[in-house]
Design a protein around this ligand. Sequence first.
Ligand SMILES: O=c1[nH]c(=O)c2[nH]c(=O)[nH]c2[nH]1
Length: 282
Amino acid sequence: MARLGINQYGKAETHLVRVVRDGDAHVVRDLLVSVALSGALEAVHLEGDNSAVLATDTQKNTVYAFAKEHGVGTPEAFATLLARHFVGGAITQARVEVREVAWERLGDHAFTQASSEQRVAVVIASADETWFASGLGGLVVLKTTDSEFHGFPRDRYTTLKETSDRVLATEVAARWRHDGTASFEDARGALLECFAAHHSLSLQQTLYAMGSAVLEACPTVAEIRLSMPNKHHFVVDLSPFGLENPNEVFHADDRPYGLIEGAVVRDDAPDPGPIWAAYPLV
Ligand SMILES: O=c1[nH]c(=O)c2[nH]c(=O)[nH]c2[nH]1
């Protein structure tokens, strides 16, 4: 005997590009929109009865039509509009995730994609509640000093040298849950300002400091989760060539990498509800 467990379905990564043509200076918005619906969906899974299934093709069309009819606005606003639209009937919960990349202006109607950084918004709506998370991915940062790593245990497999001066680099992925009012710019600014100013004794310590800085800067953020790969920079041994290398020439290794992850949670944070649920599920 078995039963249907957790399930969700929707159109993932609808790639929407919206051009706003108000006046001579156009604006380009470039979004991946992922919709995940859940609710009373036993019949489709157990019997092949599609009567409650809003086709994922329809979901995709809705994304494009809403972009024309309502405009995109902030990623959070667009996700909220869509999530609330999809709730009803058999669908009791809708999750909409928007990932936006920025196009930097070259001229009135010419742009360049200067960075692969993504701004993220996740909105989950039920009939009477809405949950919000905002965040970013692909935010690559590096500092050339003000980073140490020592005092770690040594066993017979330890070769890493202790260091009081190293390059620290990471690609920040972050999500912060809030009540829908947190300023994205304030949160991103706090992350970057803290990374630059923090004297790091480990990436873990820097992660906690960066998360705390966001809670400090954004009163409506209840919790922030961070995932930060340690993009190792190894000092190249130039001694075979009779050259000194006082932290000037590095081998930037792409893998393996340390992966440092953690959350900073406000003491009085409300229950997260479903906001941390993932799509895809596995
Ligand atoms: O900041 C660091 N944290 C670690 O846990 C770790 N482990 C390691 O080998 N290097 C580093 N650096």
